[in-house]
Write a protein that binds this ligand. Structure first.
Ligand code: F6R
Length: 249
């Protein structure tokens, strides 16, 4: 795993956005895997700025998102479909039918998971996958204990994940308890992975995934097995790692 150290959240966002744009220039038909949550919001903002300034077209790009809550209409203010439209898709020239997010409102979740998996395969797999990381080491919504062989599936969100997500549910909507997520093995088939990590609260988990053992209770630890992972992390996120390195040197 290659670690790119940046000063802060803003620098992480610029670095990640520039990397995505380089890939779109190199491969205008890129299959781009996307994450939601607080971490990539700055990255999306800089992608949009870059797009507007340089008119690099997304019209042949396909995107596949990692996950979606079960039970929310796509138009719900807290759905990841809404998040993606507001933060990225509405501001680019990407045709909306080339943007893919699991359907959390389907009546047949098993079929939806199979459809999503087949869709990714039919696109030829993911060229570049952006990831954030949960405080418990989840990637996508693959919570601790999930099998490293998992494909797109339905998952019960850990209590800590539900609490972390509750800050976004300001109306009376209950925080969803389940989500559809790409599986660990789906994520691992991506040709290239970029993990974005910012803030002091992520410093312990970042240290664990870099130096800890491969352990399914820390789902992101599997990234060590991927041949092409870049971690873009800011100084706060790297603080524990740096502290331990200086103690050991
Ligand atoms: C979201 C996702 C999650 C988040 C993680 C970190 O699509 O897949 O794994 O990346 O929960 O969330 P933030 O960025 O809000 O700390």
């Amino acid at each position: 795993m290659e670690i790119v150290e940046v000063s802060d959240y803003d620098a992480m966002s610029v670095e990640a956005a520039n990397l995505v744009m380089r890939h779109v220039v190199q491969n205008p038909s890129l299959v781009l895997g996307l994450a939601t949550g607080a971490t990539p919001i700055g990255t999306y903002k800089y992608i949009v700025d870059h797009y507007k300034k340089n008119r690099i077209s997304f019209k042949n790009v396909h995107t596949v998102n990692l996950d979606e809550y079960i039970g929310l209409e796509t138009t719900h203010q807290n759905s990841y479909a809404t998040y993606m439209k507001e933060n990225l898709f509405n501001h680019l020239d990407i045709p909306i039918e080339q943007t893919h997010i699991p359907n959390g409102k389907t009546s047949n979740l098993i079929e939806e998971c199979e459809r999503y998996e087949e869709l990714i395969q039919s696109l030829g797999g993911i060229d570049l996958q952006l990831l954030g990381i949960g405080l418990n080491g989840h990637i996508g919504f693959n919570e601790p204990g999930v099998s490293f062989d998992s494909k797109t599936n339905v998952i019960k969100l850990a209590q800590s994940t539900q609490s972390a997500n509750s800050q976004y549910f300001k109306d009376d909507t209950k925080v969803p308890t389940h989500a559809i997520t790409m599986g660990i093995s789906t994520i691992m088939t991506s040709k290239r992975i970029v993990l974005l990590v910012s803030g002091k609260e992520k410093a312990d988990i970042l240290y664990k995934i870099i130096y800890g053992e491969l352990n399914k209770n820390v789902p992101a630890s599997i990234l060590k097995k991927h041949p092409n992972v870049r971690i873009i992390a800011d100084l706060e996120a790297l603080s524990v790692l740096k502290e331990k390195r200086s103690v050991n040197s």
